[in-house]
Every structure is written in structure tokens, then in C-alpha cells.
Design a protein around this ligand. Structure first.
Ligand code: OAD
Length: 233
């Protein structure tokens, strides 16, 4: 399908683990997903935290520390570059808990699954910006401000509004297996917004998109922006 995107201004990106893969962050479903013999589900649930807060904090402490060793890749930077243009209004809805979109230059990022750089007080609910390691004495006082399996997503009140204002919806690097993120393409399509999927391989939602472009996000995202949005990166 030939896309005519000359009049596009408001663009919403939905991103998943695949957009950060080339930065060196592991995706969830491309390998066995085990961490020290625990499945992701075992360390990413409220029950796991109740049962073994030390294990859960160790997992997130490691992931938080890893943020200092990774950098935005060409996909993050291309979206960030686009955000700096007055002609475009860019919003990123991400399932990722890393900070690579922000460091790639995007200002409007909705973290629907929470953020590694935030912790939440178990009693007061206070959310604090945090880049260090949660210490043992604090394991039961603070929890990672991450959406675990079975918990409600964040930003749910803003997401429909952002999508309703979009002229173009682009999903990058998500397997589309986790809802409600996977269903946002249907929300966009129902409003007549053109939809594009960029992924290494087809997903079980590919047929819901107008176009699927296969390849690495770090290559396809910049190519798409230059070719269809006529922005020189
Ligand atoms: P997944 O690991 O499920 O899917 C990653 C997708 O990215 C796959 O379809 C890959 O083919 C694709 N991919 C991998 N490398 C890529 C690359 N370099 N360029 C383009 N595509 C690439 O990750 P998500 O869809 O993000 O939730 O998973 C969704 C949610 O499931 C996560 O946010 C997490 C997990 O449970 C929570 O932790 C709440």
C-alpha cells in the first residue's frame, strides 16, 4: 500500500521491547524469558513481591543499573529528532520501562507499564524519581513503580485522547500479545487513522494494520521517517 502522509502532523508511536533491543535490552518473548530460573511472570506480579520482596527488588535493581550501560539507538533517536520539528506533534506510548525514548529526545512519553526510574511508597503511594539501588531495609517500604501482571496500566485516562488526535499510528517492536496495548491499533483504525506496524516479524495483530514493515527498528524507523515524512535525519 502506498501511504500518502504529506498532511500528517499528529503522530502516535506505540513501542515495545523490540525498539530497545538494538540498545542491548532483552525483549520478553524472543528468548526463554528466564531470569535466574524464574519466569518473568514470577518476578513481575504483586504476589511475587508479597512472597519474596528481595528477589523482586534484586531483579529491578539490576535492570535499573543496566540503564546506565545502554544508549538510545537510531530508532529512539529518529523519533526524538522528529519530536523537535514544529511541523509534527509526536506522542510515544510505550510499554517499555526504560528511559531510552526520553534520552533519545522525545518529550511526550506515556509509560503505560511504569518506569524503572521511579519507585512507589507502599503505604502513602508517593512516587519518587529514583536511579539507585533499593536497599534491603527498604524492600518492604518501597516497590518499583512498574505495572505487574494483573495490575491496571498507567496513563489510561490520557491514551484514548492522544490516539483520537492522531493522524498516524505507528507500532514499533511489539509482539502485540499483551492487552490493552495490543488493542490500541483497533482504537486507531476505528477512527480511520492510518496504522503502520514495524517489527522483525509478522505478529498475530499484523492483519489489523494498514501496512506492516519488516526489519530492525533501528533501520526501518529512520527510513520510514525520511521516506514518508520527508524529514532529513
Ligand atoms: P515482546 O518481547 O513480547 O515482543 C518484542 C517484539 O519485538 C517481537 O515481536 C520481536 O519480533 C520484535 N523485535 C525484536 N527485536 C527487534 C528489533 N531490533 N526491531 C524490531 N522489532 C524487534 O515485547 P513487548 O511486546 O514489548 O509487560 O511485550 C509487551 C509486554 O509484555 C511488556 O511491556 C511486559 C511484558 O509482559 C510488563 O512487564 C507489564
Amino acid at each position: 500500500m502506498e501511504l500518502d502522509l504529506t498532511k500528517v502532523k499528529n503522530i502516535v508511536f506505540l513501542t515495545g521491547a523490540g525498539v530497545s533491543q538494538e540498545s542491548g535490552i532483552k525483549t520478553f518473548r524472543d528468548q526463554n524469558g528466564l531470569w535466574e530460573n524464574h519466569s518473568i511472570e514470577e518476578v513481575a506480579t504483586p504476589e511475587a513481591y508479597e512472597r519474596d520482596p528481595a528477589l523482586v527488588h534484586r531483579f529491578y535493581n539490576l535492570r535499573r543499573a543496566q540503564l546506565k550501560e545502554v544508549d538510545p539507538n537510531p530508532a529512539h533517536k529518529a523519533i526524538g529528532h522528529l519530536s523537535q520539528y514544529e511541523n509534527f506533534n509526536i506522542s510515544v506510548i510505550t510499554q517499555n520501562v526504560d528511559d531510552l525514548h526520553e534520552r533519545g529526545g522525545v518529550t511526550k512519553v506515556l509509560h503505560m507499564h511504569g518506569e524503572l526510574r521511579k519507585i512507589r511508597h507502599n503505604h502513602t503511594g508517593e512516587i519518587r524519581y529514583f536511579e539507585g539501588q533499593v536497599e534491603e531495609s527498604e524492600f518492604k517500604i518501597w516497590r518499583p513503580d512498574i505495572v505487574w501482571f494483573g495490575e491496571a496500566i498507567k496513563c489510561s485516562e490520557h491514551i484514548p485522547e492522544v490516539i483520537s488526535q492522531a493522524d498516524l499510528y505507528i507500532a514499533v517492536g511489539t509482539s502485540s500479545q499483551v492487552y490493552p496495548a495490543a488493542g490500541l491499533v483497533s482504537m486507531a483504525s476505528a477512527q480511520g487513522i492510518p496504522t503502520v506496524e514495524i517489527n522483525l516479524e509478522r505478529t498475530n495483530m499484523s492483519s489489523s494494520y494498514n501496512t506492516t514493515l519488516l526489519g530492525k527498528a533501528g533501520e526501518i524507523v529512520p527510513e520510514f521517517i525520511e521516506k514518508h515524512l520527508k524529514v532529513k535525519l
